[in-house]
Design a protein around this ligand. Structure first.
Ligand SMILES: Nc1nc2c(ncn2[C@@H]2O[C@H](COP(=O)(O)OP(=O)(O)OP(=O)(O)O)[C@@H](O)[C@H]2O)c(=O)[nH]1
Length: 302
């Protein structure tokens, strides 16, 4: 009998870091395909999204954690729980920091978590392309975890436009994988359903357009997805807001903003699906959904 586990190595890797440092961007480059949503606003990644990288004999399962922050409401608490769950049982941790700035309180919070963990750590100093004093900044981040006992490997890079450096990170991770059979069938790129993926793209585009506090009160879901004989993908989605007053803000004067959100999302979906897409978008109100455990579950935050 052949035992696949003799020849294969596989493991889980968590990506941590405060909001907006480039975790999703790094994950996307590590995978080579777009999985997690990226946008210029912090806290875009609310879901526990995994991406999987396969070679013939190796499998890396990435756990993309939401930004660590001080919980303000039920959603915030959910997010911090996610971070703990993600870190408890992984084989390696990638901590992403933004080299454009020295560490903040939020980085200290992440560092406190990372310090306690014995797994190998990859400290990734990101956005070096836009950093004035990257070496000085890196020193300050390194100092936050001086007392750590586990191995630390350091990288300075630009997740956005330095694929060669990102490949070094991936090679380093591959070297850390324990002997294991594959956890997921080869060919699986993500454990998200296509509906969840499309909903994230709609949310990403909505958040780019919306201003101030509103984006954090926006959730999205896809209610139906059908394929016509000619290949057209018909997707019906909802943007969920928590107050009636927010509805109009999302729709915009004469429906202009909703139309723009829909167009931008449709374009993205068409690129990734290589198919024509019809995207139907509705805005609905679920009062205070962020405080409502039931609604959070319904919207996929569990
Ligand atoms: N200049 C520069 N910007 C980058 C780089 N990597 C990411 N960014 C930008 O930083 C912003 C945040 O990137 P994300 O990947 O969404 O960050 P994140 O850490 O996943 O954010 P959250 O989901 O809020 O936790 C986006 O506007 C990215 O385009 C980089 O290497 N250089």
């Amino acid at each position: 009998m052949t035992d696949a586990s003799q020849n294969t190595r596989a493991g889980f890797v968590a990506i941590v870091g405060k909001p907006n440092v480039g975790k999703s961007t790094l994950l996307n480059s590590l995978l080579g395909v777009k999985i997690a949503p990226t946008s210029p606003r912090p806290q875009t990644t609310r879901k526990h999204i995994r991406g999987i990288y396969n070679t013939d004999t190796e499998q890396i399962i990435f756990v993309d954690t939401p930004g660590l922050h001080k919980p303000k409401d039920a959603l915030g608490k959910y997010m911090n729980n996610e971070v703990h769950t993600a870190l408890a049982d992984v084989d390696a941790i990638i901590w992403v920091v933004d080299l454009r700035h020295p560490p903040t309180d939020e980085d200290q919070l992440v560092a406190r978590q990372v310090r306690e963990l014995r797994q190998p750590l990859l400290l990734v100093g990101n956005k070096v392309d836009a950093a004035k004093y990257p070496d000085e900044a890196f020193k300050l981040y390194r100092a936050l975890i001086e007392s750590r006992t586990g191995d630390t490997t350091e990288f300075t890079l630009s997740a956005q436009n330095d694929p060669v450096a990102v490949m070094d990170v991936r090679t380093s991770i591959l070297g850390l994988l324990p002997e294991n059979p594959f956890f997921f069938p080869v060919g699986a790129a993500s454990d998200q359903s296509r509906e969840q993926w499309a909903a994230e793209i709609v949310r990403e585009e909505a958040m780019k357009k919306l201003r101030d506090e509103l984006p954090y009160a926006v959730a999205t879901r896809v209610n139906s997805w059908t394929e016509r004989d000619d290949g057209l993908q018909r997707i019906e989605a909802e943007i969920v807001v928590e107050k009636p007053a927010h509805k109009g803000m999302v729709i915009g004067a004469g429906g202009k903003q909703l139309k723009e959100i829909g167009q931008a999302a449709r374009k993205q979906l068409e690129v990734f699906l290589s198919r024509k897409v019809y995207l139907g978008l509705q805005v609905i109100v679920i009062p205070n959904w962020r405080e409502d455990t039931e609604a959070l579950r319904e919207l996929g935050y569990e």
